[in-house]
Design a binder for this molecule. Structure first.
Ligand SMILES: *Cc1c(COP(=O)(O)O)cnc(C)c1O
Length: 353
């Protein structure tokens, strides 16, 4: 039986995508497996080109000067790659959680980083607002969704300088004016595919402005010039990400999935708010539609609750150690039915206790 997978990442993928990619591992191109064909074969070059085009299409960024790349090293490599390619004098970072702080740490290797605002004072349970982004800086970096703390930026600033965003845990989950961003990156394993590949969408005209020499593998321009094939790409991860993007497109794209994601979020948060046994972690206005974080009001119920959700076929509900409690990650491929099962277990606990 398929379990209700609330894991924060790697995470649930559409069943039809898993079946298709499993089939491609067995036979992708006339008796050859996806993982044994040349990445230079026409069959795979088509996959890469399709994946790159789909990413821009879903984000509504075709013909607007953007390039999509599928790179390796995870979102964590983007923390330093962004700085290497864009940081000349100084950059401004919004510190909204563990991942944002890691991005700051890597960029600090290259230059002084200015934190435009931080919510560290409250263990990152909110999104700072009303901060200024200095015009003279090279770029502004933010994290759209804070996977660990369960907060999400609902309104992005109008940045006077290039805006870079780590969208690892909410890419393709909601409609935004993506042309506000000059560089978007996302590790695939949260909302797009299996681990092993990172989507980078970059506006070409922000590149080539720093004076340092950039190692080839770290240079966005090199990857753009080589059509994201500078070195051997992770073929399985790219293919499976392409299938997930096709699945999303067939559903009606981001507009359609956003509605589903809102329903799922409303369901879980209304249970958290109505059920006296649970407390939400993030402040209400900044709650993430992807990762709902909550704790038990009475820790004595932990064993009972843990047994109940595990018996209901739920997986991956434990919170990150820096928050404790629980985290329900509700990425695109998680069904509303899975959230209903969780909410039923939560109200069952209330009846029992
Ligand atoms: C998981 C995550 C990362 C790290 O991704 P890796 O691909 O493991 O390097 C970075 N940022 C955010 C927001 C994440 O959720």
């Amino acid at each position: 039986m398929k379990r209700h997978n609330f894991s924060a990442g790697p995470c649930v993928l559409p069943q039809e995508v898993i079946e298709k990619s499993a089939q491609a591992v067995l036979d992708f191109d006339n008796g050859l497996s996806l993982i044994e064909i040349s990445h230079r074969s026409k069959a795979f070059v088509d996959v890469m080109e399709n994946a790159r085009a789909l990413a821009l299409e879903l984000l509504g960024l075709e013909g607007k000067g953007y390039k999509a790349l599928f790179l390796q090293g995870g979102a964590s490599t983007q923390f330093l790659m962004v700085a290497l390619n864009l940081l000349e004098k100084r950059a401004g970072y919004l510190n909204t959680g563990t991942w944002a702080a890691k991005a700051i740490k890597e960029a600090q290797i290259y230059d002084d980083i200015y934190e435009v605002a931080s919510s560290k004072d409250a263990n990152y349970n909110y999104i700072p607002k009303g901060y200024d982004i200095p015009e003279e800086y090279d770029y502004f970096h933010c994290t759209s969704n804070n996977t660990i703390f369960g907060t999400q930026i609902k309104e992005f600033p109008n940045s006077p300088i290039p805006m870079v965003c780590d969208m690892s845990s909410d890419i393709f989950s909601r409609q935004l004016d993506f042309s506000k961003f000059d560089l978007i990156y996302a590790g695939a394993q949260k909302n797009m595919g299996p681990a092993g590949v990172t989507l980078v969408v970059v506006k070409e005209d922000i590149l080539g402005k720093v004076s340092r020499k950039i190692p080839s593998m770290m240079d966005y321009k090199v990857h753009i010039d080589k059509s994201s094939m500078f070195n051997t790409p992770p073929v399985f991860a790219v293919y499976t990400s392409m299938l997930t993007m096709e699945w999303l497109k067939n559903l009606g794209g981001i507009a359609a999935i956003e509605k589903e994601n809102e329903k799922k979020a409303q369901l879980i948060y209304s249970e958290i708010d109505l059920n006296p046994l649970f407390n939400g972690f993030a402040v209400k206005a900044d709650r993430s539609n992807m990762n709902a974080t909550f704790t038990l009001a009475n820790e004595d119920l932990k064993e009972t609750f843990d047994t109940m959700w595990k018996e209901a076929g739920i997986n991956g509900l434990n919170g990150h150690r820096s928050v404790g409690g629980y985290r329900a990650s509700m990425y695109n491929a998680l069904s509303l039915d899975s959230v209903k099962v969780l909410v039923e277990v939560m109200s069952e606990l209330e009846r029992k206790a």
